[in-house]
Design a binder for this molecule. Sequence first.
Ligand SMILES: NC(=O)c1ccc[n+]([C@@H]2O[C@H](COP(=O)([O-])OP(=O)(O)OC[C@H]3O[C@@H](n4cnc5c(N)ncnc54)[C@H](OP(=O)(O)O)[C@@H]3O)[C@@H](O)[C@H]2O)c1
Length: 319
Amino acid sequence: MKIVIIGGTGHVGTYLVPRLVTAGHEVISVSRGNREPYSPHKAWDSVKRIQLDREEEDNAGTFAGKIRDLGPDAVIDMVCFKLESAQQLVEALRGSVQHYLFCGSVWMHGYGVEVPTIEDQARHPLEEYGIQKDAVDKYLADQSKRLGFPATSIHPGHIVGPGWNPVNPQANFNPDVFTTIAQGKELVLPNKGLETVHHVHADDVAQVFFNALHRWSAANGEGFHAVSAKAITLRGYAEAMAAWFGQKANLKYEPFEKWSESIEIQWDIDQTKTHLDHSPNHSIEKAQSLLGYQPRYSSLQAVQEAVTWLIQAGTVKVS
Ligand SMILES: NC(=O)c1ccc[n+]([C@@H]2O[C@H](COP(=O)([O-])OP(=O)(O)OC[C@H]3O[C@@H](n4cnc5c(N)ncnc54)[C@H](OP(=O)(O)O)[C@@H]3O)[C@@H](O)[C@H]2O)c1
């Protein structure tokens, strides 16, 4: 198959592109050309790279036509954040592609009601990002079921892997939190530490995309969560990481407002707030049963691989 992946050099593409090439597909990666994949792989030698800025080209109305003109059998869209972007691409690709796979987000759900949340539960997106991901997911399901446009949506949780900062036990991205735990120092968690985060290794997200592509009839018109088997509470996460560092967890708890007074960086506070507000906890039953998804990593295994990389990079200091 000739596959165009938009945003192929990011977290997921780093793992997905080698999987596709190894399976014998012809792969074209479209990006602005600002970065290399997080880890090198020989597969990239046979990948054609095309430089396009999705945002600029969407605004000019030229992006979708340029993707169609590449002649793909399938398009994997890692960087679609607006309903209008999806609509432009669907109109251009209608009748010419076998499969369009959109990368959504579990943020489309907003807060949970019955957990673990399933894909088709009533949704309550909390912010523009989640509102747009929800709108694209619903639009694609409708296009597939009503008009036969072959689309699949895949919704990752917090994507983790070696090379970038994972969401930490304070529910933000500050890697110093791991240093605090590693050195046995006191860590203050917001509230009672019972809100949840739901990670997934980037290679497991790649697995969901890969399986969806190869199980067209099961995937067409459907949306799937791409998360680890189980979400974790912040308290459980902090305790497990302390044990992994050979430390006893040294935890204190404060209500969010008081906790935030002790945090210097506003972005950390904002990230913690949005993660607490969402407290993601999602089911993978649908991806398991329809796509044969078998996550290789638990949330903690994925984070520990990422933190091992952060230690080697000198970002997390164990002593
Ligand atoms: N990160 C998470 O934890 C998370 C969680 C849930 C869902 N998601 C979803 O995952 C998707 C992102 O996937 P990812 O995390 O694998 O990617 P990523 O690491 O954020 O990398 C983005 C990729 O897209 C390219 N790109 C960025 N802006 C572009 C533009 N304007 N035009 C063309 N290419 C562009 C980047 O390369 P250049 O910079 O060289 O252009 C890179 O290849 C998004 O749809 C996001 O909503 C992410």
